[in-house]
Design a protein around this ligand. Structure first.
Ligand code: ATR
Length: 292
């Protein structure tokens, strides 16, 4: 044992990692290493800056070196779909891979299986962090990039009553509305703000990440008084302008830390087969991201 109580790194240590670009600020190593330590596992989780043009080689390298698993983050999640031997149902459904498990067959051959733990993490976090019932809820979704598209389709699959898609580039929101109409014809979906009140405003844009950013919600178009809850997928800073204003307005609020936690917990369980120690992982994330 090392001083920290974690088994020493030795020849039996299993490795996991996250590949991304940029990767320097990833909190995933802190979250997963805290969980490995809690469970007394001789595993370690590292972070690698991987250029998209080297992604295939990096995955093959990890496979050849008998890694247990890897996570993929921006900009690799779509690219990786073509780079794994098999896609689990979640990865097929969402068209993106954020988790890979390396599996050794009877013959000793290692294969790669791709998963997506992001989509479930969104709705888990909305339920648990905002105590929100999604079935029958009215939701305004801000943003129609990768994160916005996954959130929109996932919310539709959970049978929300109505989805209002809002995006700077309207055509991208229209495209997602079209996809929902095809896949989930019973879900009322429209582009633009509603007149009536809603249960949730969900920010899936990147507005708020940078200090000078405006709020992604134009309150001249829709007032925070007209929603019960606001969720911001951004977790750094802990409180974006949107969340500060929402709190002032008396809304229930949560940031994206819960999503990060739950996608990580699901990956942990896929790799180790053991229940993820959520409290320990949450604390490690908070310490790594907010320093307390
Ligand atoms: P991600 O994979 O995180 O969703 P993305 O695909 O680049 O990232 O999407 C970023 C989202 O933030 C988009 O909805 C984008 O709006 P556009 O589709 O119009 O580009 C939104 N976004 C980014 N900067 C923005 C800004 N300054 N004002 C409004 N929306 C912005």
């Amino acid at each position: 044992m090392s001083q920290s109580g974690q088994p020493e790194i030795n020849a039996a240590t299993r490795l996991c990692a996250v590949f991304g670009s940029p990767i320097a600020h990833s909190a995933s190593p802190a979250m997963h290493n805290a969980a490995f330590e809690k469970l007394g596992l001789n595993w370690r989780y590292l972070a690698f800056e991987v250029n998209p043009k080297n992604l295939r080689a990096a995955i093959e390298g990890a496979k050849a070196m008998n890694f247990a698993g890897i996570n993929l983050t921006v900009p690799h999640k779509l690219l990786a779909v073509e780079m794994v031997d098999e896609l689990n149902e979640s990865a097929r459904k969402w068209g993106a891979v954020n988790t890979i498990k390396f599996e050794t067959g009877k013959s000793g051959k290692i294969s790669t299986r791709g998963f997506n733990t992001d989509a479930d993490a969104i709705t888990q976090s909305l339920r648990e962090d905002l105590k929100l019932k999604l079935h029958g809820a009215k939701v305004i979704l801000l943003g129609a990039g990768g994160a916005g598209r996954t959130a929109a389709l996932k919310l539709a699959s959970e049978k929300v009553a109505e989805l209002f898609l809002v995006n700077r580039t309207r055509s991208k929101a229209e495209k997602i509305a079209g996809e929902i109409k095809k896949q989930f014809p019973s879900i009322k979906t429209s582009v633009g703000f509603p007149k009536a009140n809603v249960d949730l405003i969900l920010n899936a844009t990147s507005l708020g990440l940078k200090p000078g950013d405006a709020s992604p919600l134009d309150e001249r178009q829709f007032s925070l008084k007209q929603t019960r809850a606001v969720y911001d997928m951004i977790y750094r800073p802990a409180e974006t302008k949107l969340l500060v204003a929402a709190k002032k307005s008396g809304c229930k609020t949560a940031n994206g830390l819960g999503m990060l936690l739950r996608q990580g917990a699901a990956a942990f369980e896929i790799w180790t087969g053991k229940p993820a120690p959520l409290d320990v992982m949450r604390r490690a994330l908070e310490e790594s991201i907010y320093g307390h």
